[in-house]
Design a protein around this ligand. Structure first.
Ligand code: AMP
Ligand code: GLY
Length: 425
């Protein structure tokens, strides 16, 4: 089988890596860290012949790329624009979740003519207060405010257009939820849905969840405290009702449904839905698959998941540590030369089970040095029998890699690995 992965980030590198175990893989446009047997191409997508197209990022999905490819008779993993609106508009997502009866934070939506109403709504919530831009903002349009003053200032800044331009002129204001966050990636073929392993992402830029939100600074999977029973409950309360509601609206959703959840005292609640694999969740969930990923994804595209055995996993744990550019996420600087990588893009400190996924790198010649070219630059993923070993190996693989101003969190999966060790001991 030949699979075309669409995108150029760390998630797409992980997709290509795992698909290349059993299939021929071409990535459009890909990135310079993707080495043989993965092929990269800068040809227009219409000219790339493949048996299956897997679309990585949200923007092309929201813009209808899956629809266009399907109209040409191609097999596509990724929802059409109607399904992708779930991520394209948070207001739409909240509306569909409410209609479907999916538990989610209490909320209201406002536009730029409703600043007074939005400020009044803040008064009805007890805090923390969460203010989100309605449209896509690469994970950065969300503020969790712990003081009313900060919440009010953010509402005014967003609605006036001063902080996010027009993208901020529609907002969702909601109650802050407390608990552990969990990302559950679910494969859906239109009617049948199967969960992959639960993962945890680290959204804030600095250790101890300090600093602004980012696209994700690291992840691990599986989450030891989210066992099959809890995954079943999440499917029953948060996923199946949503798919039923989408079917009722005539939406044939074939792709990944990514449920961002808060596991709180009243049970799991949905923070958000995304319409694609999480990044960096993909970098930890996909390498743990022990079945044929290409066959599995083709079944998603063809609507035949019910004819497939359930996905299987190796039983290992995975940890991904993201290395980010100087100044990320607010004032990022790119173009810094990276040391500690071989010509093939992998770490100069080889550790068994460790892969360096490239996200934002470029090079000026085939054998030239890699340079930073985005906010999140590299993701170092380790797969090992335990979370503790995976964590140690990911940091060992990352150790020689450096550039001026490089940022990484030192506490990825630390608490979870400690909890597992204490429970065993
Ligand atoms: P979103 O883009 O909606 O996923 O939000 C990004 C991040 O903001 C989430 O992963 C959470 O860490 C945080 N967040 C969003 N909504 C809430 C909420 N209602 N309560 C607490 N934290 C939230
Ligand atoms: N890691 C969060 C996301 O992909 O949205």
């Amino acid at each position: 089988m030949k699979v075309c992965v669409v995108g150029s980030g760390g998630r797409e590198h992980a997709l290509a890596h795992v698909l290349s175990r059993t299939a021929e893989v071409v990535v459009a446009p890909g990135n310079p860290g993707m080495a043989a047997p993965i092929e990269i191409t800068d040809e227009p997508l219409e000219e790339v012949e493949a048996d299956l197209y897997v679309i990585g990022p949200e923007a092309p999905l929201v813009n209808g790329l899956a629809d266009r490819l399907r109209q040409q008779g191609r097999a596509v993993m990724g929802p059409g624009a109607d399904g992708a609106l779930l991520e394209g508009s948070k207001a739409h997502m909240k509306e569909i979740l409410s209609t479907a009866g999916v538990p989610t934070a209490h909320f209201a939506t406002f536009d730029s003519l409703q600043t007074e109403e939005a400020l009044a709504f803040l008064d009805t919530l007890s805090g923390p207060w969460v203010i989100k831009t309605d449209g896509l903002a690469a994970g950065k349009g969300v503020l969790v405010a712990h003081t009313m003053e900060q919440a009010r200032a953010d509402v005014v800044a967003k609605l006036s257009g001063s902080s996010f331009g027009d993208a901020g002129r529609h907002i969702v204001v909601e109650e802050g939820l407390e608990g552990e966050e969990c990302s559950l990636l679910v494969l859906c073929d239109g009617t049948t849905a199967v969960p992959l392993l639960p993962a945890q992402d680290f959204k804030r830029v600095r250790d101890g969840d300090e600093g602004p939100n980012t696209g994700g600074m690291g992840a691990y999977a599986p989450m030891p405290e989210v066992g099959p029973e809890l995954v079943g409950k999440i499917m029953d309360t948060a996923v199946t009702p949503l798919i039923t509601e989408m079917c009722r609206r005539g939406i044939d959703y074939r792709g990944v449904l990514y449920a961002g959840l808060m596991l709180g005292p009243d049970g799991p609640k949905v923070i958000e839905y995304n319409v694609r694999f999480g990044d960096p969740e993909a970098q930890v969930v996909l390498p743990l698959l022990s079945c044929d990923a290409a066959e599995l994804f083709l079944a998603v595209a063809n609507g035949t998941l019910d004819e497939m055995p359930a996905p299987t996993f190796s039983g290992d744990a995975a940890v991904c540590v993201v290395l980010a550019s100087a100044g990320y996420p607010d004032n990022l600087r790119t173009g810094d030369p990276i040391t500690g990588l071989h010509l093939n893009g992998q770490s100069t400190a080889p550790v068994e089970g460790v892969t360096v996924f490239h996200a934002g790198t470029r090079r000026t010649s085939v054998k030239g040095p890699f340079r930073t070219a985005g906010g999140r630059v590299l993701g170092v993923t380790a797969v090992a029998p335990t979370l503790e070993e995976a964590r140690a190996n990911a940091y060992a693989g990352a150790a020689p890699i450096e550039w001026d101003g490089m940022q990484l969190r030192r506490d990825i999966a630390a608490a979870a690995a400690r909890a597992v060790t204490e429970n065993v001991g």
